[in-house]
Design a protein around this ligand. Structure first.
Ligand code: ASP
Length: 299
C-alpha cells in the first residue's frame, strides 16, 4: 500500500457518535491529501492531531475536559518511527496545539518529555501559539465538571456523570517512503486531580512508532495503559510475533483486559500499511484512509 492514515477521537460509551463523523472525515481526508502529495508520516500525524485539537467536539486542547480545580491542562506526544525520536508535554496550560509543542520538544529540546511551567517557558521560547482560558473551556465542559463533582466521579465513562466518552485524539500514519509516525493529545479525564498525568504523553503507553513494527495511538483510562505499556505491547506483537495490524490491535486489547481489566481502545498502522482499531469500551470514534478510500467508524 502506498500510504495509510488512521485517526481517532476517543473511546467510551458514546452518546450520538454520528455527531463526530463529519469532523473525522474532513480531518482524515485533509491528512490523506498531504500524504498523497509526499508529506512525511510525522508531519501528517501532527497535522491531523492539531486539527482534532482545534475542534471543540474532542477532548484535546480546545474543548478539553476540566480537572477538579476547573483547569484545562493538556498532555500530548509524538513519535517518529524512522528514528525512534519522540517528544511529549504534560500538564501544559494555554498552549493552542500541545501536539505541535510535543514536536518542538522532540526536535529542539534535547529531551523527550517536558512538563508544566518548564514546558510552557520552552513553548514561549519556540514561539508556539498560546490562547486565553476562554478559548479552551466550553460551556459543555463546565457543566460536565459540575455534574461529575455532584457524582464525585473521576473516570467519566464509569460514572455516567457525563456523556461517557474518553475523548483523547490521535493519529497514526505511513507515508509513501514507508515511514511510520504516531501522535496523541488529551485534556485527560473529567474531574481528575490537578497534576494527574495519564498515558497520552507517555511513550510506549499512549503512543509508540517504530518502522520495524507499527505506529500506535491509544485512548482510555490512562492508568490502565501505563501499567500495561500498551502501545509498546501492540508493537511487540507486530515485531516479535509477526502479527499484522488487525491481529496485533485485537491481541493488545485482549492483553489490556486480561491484565488490568482495562478500558479503552487503540489505532494502529503496521509496517505494510495495514490499519486496524480495537477497543474494550462499547464504542470508539475512528476514521481511516487506506487504498485511496476514507472510512469513518463512529460507534
Ligand atoms: N487516556 C487519556 C488519559 O487517561 C484519557 C482519554 O483517552 O480520554 O488521560
Amino acid at each position: 500500500m502506498d500510504y495509510s492514515l488512521m485517526i481517532h477521537g476517543g473511546a467510551g460509551a458514546i452518546r450520538d457518535p454520528q455527531r463526530y463523523a463529519p469532523s473525522l472525515r474532513t480531518i482524515v481526508e485533509s491528512g490523506a491529501r498531504l500524504l498523497a502529495a509526499g508529506s512525511s508520516a510525522l508531519d501528517v500525524a501532527v497535522h491531523c492531531v492539531a486539527l482534532l485539537e482545534d475542534d471543540p467536539l474532542f477532548n484535546a486542547a480546545r474543548g478539553s475536559v476540566l480537572n477538579a480545580e476547573g483547569e484545562v491542562l493538556c498532555d500530548a506526544s509524538v513519535m517518529d518511527g524512522r528514528t525512534l525520536k519522540a517528544g511529549a508535554v504534560a500538564a501544559v496550560c494555554g498552549v493552542k496545539n500541545p501536539a505541535r509543542l510535543a514536536y518542538e520538544v522532540m526536535e529542539e529540546s534535547g529531551h523527550v518529555l517536558l512538563v508544566g511551567e518548564g514546558a510552557e517557558r520552552f513553548a514561549r521560547a519556540r514561539n508556539v501559539k498560546f490562547e486565553s482560558e476562554d478559548y479552551f473551556k466550553t460551556q459543555e465542559r463546565v457543566a460536565e465538571l459540575a455534574k461529575a463533582k455532584r457524582a464525585r466521579a473521576i473516570a467519566l465513562d464509569r460514572s455516567g456523570a457525563a456523556d461517557g466518552k474518553l475523548g483523547t485524539v490521535g493519529a497514526v500514519a505511513r507515508d509513501r517512503n514507508g515511514n511510520l509516525a504516531a501522535a496523541t493529545s488529551t485534556g485527560g479525564v473529567v474531574n481528575q486531580r490537578s497534576g494527574r498525568v495519564g498515558d497520552s504523553p507517555i511513550i510506549g503507553a499512549g503512543t509508540f512508532a517504530d518502522n520495524a513494527s507499527c505506529a500506535v495511538s491509544c485512548t482510555g483510562v490512562g492508568e490502565d495503559f501505563i501499567r500495561t505499556s500498551l502501545a509498546r505491547t501492540a508493537a511487540f506483537f507486530v515485531e516479535f510475533r509477526a502479527m499484522q495490524a488487525e491481529e496485533a490491535a485485537r491481541e493488545a486489547i485482549r492483553y489490556l483486559v486480561a491484565k488490568v481489566n482495562g478500558q479503552g481502545g487503540l489505532i494502529l498502522v503496521d509496517r505494510l500499511g495495514g490499519c486496524a482499531r480495537a477497543h474494550s469500551t462499547p464504542g470508539m470514534l475512528t476514521a481511516a484512509f487506506v487504498g485511496g478510500v476514507a472510512r469513518v467508524d463512529a460507534t
